[in-house]
Design a protein around this ligand. Structure first.
Ligand code: BES
Ligand code: ZN
Ligand code: ZN
Length: 474
């Protein structure tokens, strides 16, 4: 789809009309919509080829409502032969934001048909946004369009990676994608394989990947602008498949576990646009790309693993593997990068996060109220849902082990998302405690249904959220 801003009205096959009420319509238009039982508040859609208009109802003029409306409209238009569409920035006497319109269109039109033997023909769609009566400068609107296109392209790339089958997407492929992204965006790229993990005592990460026929990869991408304002580190869980290991997942629980690379995929998505967006922070994207499988060489419940920082972990459940991989990756990050301003880890870490907050919402934990406030604002601005889970003094001791420093699983499901975060806290150095947030995207990264402008499958969770967090730091 080609989106173009214009400064005057043009001829088109169809015009998108956004309605919160029927109040400002002319009499005939109103009459025909009433006859069709069109309800704006019910987010109805009505396409009239007679008047060459597609009407879409919205609950409010909030950006999220605009995005959802645009997603609904573009999916409908995409199923027709129509190719030239226009929309005016002024709708129902209100001025819509270019970024909300474009985000709804680009994220809403996404579909993943890579594995379909007969693919839908990608049709040419031209979408004109008429900015004639806007209160803003055309150049500013143009910049907003370009920026939104860059971000949405990255979100859709992240979705593609997450949706790719585990047989086709394993750690080496993730490393290959990282190299390509580095080349395209002028980033530094370091790829480490298992010999490095051995040398560096990253035994937890090594153990998780041992039964896989695919070698584990540690990926480190760096964006270094001139005169950076500070340093940001993002560490992603890149489990290209999580079968659970010897604590094998049961029944349907294994289905969709290709999504366990969503944190790492979000890191790739973010790193793919930091240069294009000209961000003024040095940004490090680190990914632990590993496959958690079963086999004669698999790591076992009862094994004791020594993490890069020397701490020992008693394995009580091989399905709590993400925290083991992240433990080593977080140690690597803090050894290699000094004077960090913000450090995030992003992971589909626990089913418990879905139990706590429901589907769609990312759980956020950490020690810094200031950083959590910033994350709350980034959530509001980006449209990604977050919920904050609290630590308490009685939960941390539940991770104590009788024979090692800590266990990787307490055996209790209560507060599982918080306990997992407290496990990671053991691998955050004292000086970085207040600079760290843990994002558990298990509920938001992958759903087997369409929700708003998110498709079936990968949603690209975390990309817009973290980019907004960084953008807001100015
Ligand atoms: N990858 C899963 C978490 C997950 C669950 C992601 C649902 C996406 C959707 C993770 O590795 C896992 O299996 N966690 C266990 C932890 C438990 C064994 C302590 C879980 O959540 O049950
Ligand atoms: Zn697992
Ligand atoms: Zn996992």
């Amino acid at each position: 789809m080609k989106i173009k801003l214009i400064n005057e009205d043009v001829e088109s096959d169809l015009e998108i009309v956004v309605l919160k009420s029927l109040k400002h319509l002319d009499k005939n238009e109103k009459k025909s919509l009433v006859e069709m039982n069109f309800s704006p508040q019910g987010e109805d859609l009505h396409l009239s080829m007679e008047s060459k208009k597609i009407y879409v109802g919205i609950k409010s003029f909030d950006n999220e409502d605009i995005k959802i409306a645009m997603a609904n409209v573009i999916r409908r238009i995409n199923s027709t032969k129509i190719s030239n569409v226009k929309i005016s920035l002024i709708q129902d006497l209100k001025e819509l934001k270019v970024s909300a319109i474009v985000e709804g269109l680009l994220l809403g039109i996404y579909s993943f048909d890579f594995y379909k033997s007969t693919k839908k023909k990608k049709k040419k769609l031209n979408l004109f946004i008429n900015c004639k009566d806007s209160n803003k400068e055309f150049e500013d609107l143009q910049n907003e369009l370009v920026k939104t296109q860059i971000i949405c392209k990255s979100v859709n790339k992240t979705r593609d990676i997450v949706n790719t089958a585990p047989e086709d997407y394993y750690p080496k492929i993730m490393a290959k994608d990282a190299k390509k992204i580095a080349k395209d965006n002028n980033l530094e790229c370091k790829i480490y394989k298992e010999d490095y993990l051995k040398e560096s005592n990253m035994n937890a990460m090594l153990a998780v990947g041992r039964a896989s026929r695919h070698e584990s990869h540690l990926i480190h991408l760096t964006y270094k602008p001139k005169n950076p304002k500070g340093k940001i580190v993002i560490v992603g869980k890149g489990l290209t498949y999580d079968a659970g290991g010897l604590s094998l997942k049961i029944g349907d629980n294994m289905i969709s576990m290709k999504c366990d690379k969503s944190g790492g995929s979000a890191v790739l998505g973010i790193m793919d646009c930091v240069n294009k967006l000209n961000l003024d922070y040095e940004i490090h994207g680190i990914i632990g790309a590993v496959e958690n499988m079963i086999g004669g060489d698999a790591y076992k419940p009862d094994d004791i693993l020594k993490v890069r920082n020397g701490k020992t972990v008693e394995v009580r459940n091989t399905d709590a593997e993400g925290r083991l991989v992240l433990a080593d990756c977080l140690c690597y990050a803090q050894d290699e990068i000094k004077d960090i301003d913000y450090i995030f880890d992003i992971a589909t870490l626990t089913g418990a996060t879905i139990v706590a907050l429901g589907e769609y919402t990312t759980s956020v934990t950490g020690h810094s109220e200031k950083m959590k406030n910033k994350m709350q604002i980034a959530s509001k601005n980006s449209g990604e849902f977050v919920g904050f889970l609290p630590y308490n003094r009685y939960l941390a001791p539940t991770l104590k082990s009788k024979i090692a420093d800590i266990v990787n699983s307490t055996g209790s499901r209560a507060g599982g998302a918080i306990v997992a975060s407290l496990f990671l806290d053991h691998f955050i150095t004292k000086e970085n405690k207040k600079k760290w947030l843990h994002l558990d995207i298990a509920g938001a990264a992958y759903r087997e249904k369409v929700w708003g402008y998110n498709p079936y499958g990968g949603s690209g969770a975390g990309v817009r959220l973290i980019l907004k967090f960084i953008e807001n730091l100015k």
